[in-house]
Design a protein around this ligand. Structure first.
Ligand SMILES: Cc1cc2nc3c(=O)[nH]c(=O)nc-3n(C[C@H](O)[C@H](O)[C@H](O)COP(=O)(O)OP(=O)(O)OC[C@H]3O[C@@H](n4cnc5c(N)ncnc54)[C@H](O)[C@@H]3O)c2cc1C
Length: 331
């Protein structure tokens, strides 16, 4: 167990905000996590992964928890599937690389998404037509209130688009410690999204899909090591058909995807139509290659990011009557 006091959170968030935390505590087992929960009972707590979906807007006057549990193991298998249980602190992309290497598929489209296994099951991360919920069998979590363990089935996680029960009624109540994935032994590539199919080429394997996803992402998204960001800052709105039809009557070729409950219009397109692509506010910038991403271009303060996000939301609302909301967690 590692406990440090009054530390800078700069290395712990990909936006590179220099907020401070009163305590930073890292555990290496569920028993250590329980001991920390007991020790800091009543203090404000925040469990983080790689901090790639967080915006620290101020110092955190409490305890930041982080997991150093990073193992994965096979817990079951049959002729078609293998069940892998991964610990919360394992870097998701490292797990995916290992699985692709073994020819085990299901997660390859999520390659190169920053972050750790625990948070990916909170966020229901998604990319290239696949979401974590498609392969999550169950999630093991520890109650912050009393340290008891609970197993949530996939259905009990109430997954939705970048959403789960852990972001809603159980927000701040459980820490996910393990995630069990049901993965395929027989490869069924999912290549219907965007330019993935042409990038992969013929005879796809889990590894060739992973490599193609990484190539595409490297062209479009900022490298975490080079430019601060939290990936897509906003969620893509799902609007009623009438709203989409009213917009497409005014604009040529409005990109859209049929969804349950409405039509998804890429927030990036809405933001670009409002003229924000590449624009800066203070040190924050609407990324020139992908306007859904806000970046820390030049020593941005949290206010710069918050102000830029608010200005973009307002313009999208005024121009299209559509509310876009942040995917990023403001802390
Ligand atoms: C360049 C870039 C590209 C990205 N691309 C994508 C993408 O394609 N698709 C996508 O979905 N996301 C994407 N993201 C967002 C981000 O990678 C994901 O949301 C990721 O799951 C966050 O993981 P993390 O470990 O960094 O979590 P953090 O940012 O540290 O935490 C996220 C949330 O989860 C909570 N949390 C963390 N760990 C636990 C736990 N063990 N138990 C309970 N709660 C916990 C935190 O309190 C917080 O509310 C991108 C981000 C960046 C920077």
């Amino acid at each position: 167990m590692l406990i440090r006091e009054n530390i800078s959170l700069l290395p712990y968030n990909t936006f590179r905000m220099d907020a401070k935390a009163k305590i930073f505590a890292e555990y290496s087992s569920v028993e250590e996590l329980r001991a920390l929960l007991e020790q800091y009972k009543g203090d404000p707590l925040l469990h983080i992964g790689a901090g790639s979906n967080l915006l620290f807007t101020k110092d955190f006057d409490g305890v930041i928890l982080h997991s150093a549990m990073r193992r994965a193991r096979c817990v079951s298998e049959d002729a078609d599937y293998v069940w892998i249980e991964a610990e919360n602190g394992l870097v998701l992309d490292e797990l995916i690389a290992q699985l692709c290497d073994m020819g085990i598929s299901g997660l390859e489209n999520l390659s190169y998404i920053p972050g750790e296994v625990g948070a990916s099951a909170v966020q229901n991360v998604g990319a290239y037509g696949v979401e974590a919920k498609d392969v999550i069998e169950s999630v093991r979590a520890v109650s912050i209130a009393d340290g008891t363990e609970r197993i949530f089935s996939n259905a009990e996680c109430q997954y939705g688009y970048r959403d789960s029960i852990f972001k809603n009624e159980l927000r701040g109540k459980y820490i996910i410690t393990h995630v069990v994935y049901r993965l395929n032994k027989h490869f069924e590539p999912k290549l219907n999204y965007g330019d993935l199919s042409s990038e992969v080429g013929s005879d796809p394997t889990p590894m060739s899909v992973r490599e193609a996803v990484i190539r595409i992402r490297q062209q479009k998204l900022p490298e975490v090591s080079e430019l601060g960001s939290a990936g897509s800052f906003f969620k893509n709105p799902i609007v009623p058909r009438e709203v989409y039809e009213a917009i497409s009557a005014q604009y040529e070729k409005v990109p859209h995807y049929e969804q349950e409950g409405g039509i998804k219009i890429p927030a990036a397109w809405l933001i670009e139509q409002c003229g924000w692509k590449g624009k800066m506010m203070g040190g924050a910038q609407c990324y020139e290659k992908q306007p859904l991403v806000l970046v820390n271009r030049n020593n941005a303060t949290p206010e710069d990011i918050v102000n830029l996000a608010a200005a973009i939301c307002k313009d999208v609302q005024d121009k299209f009557g559509i509310t876009i909301s942040p995917e990023v967690n403001y802390i």
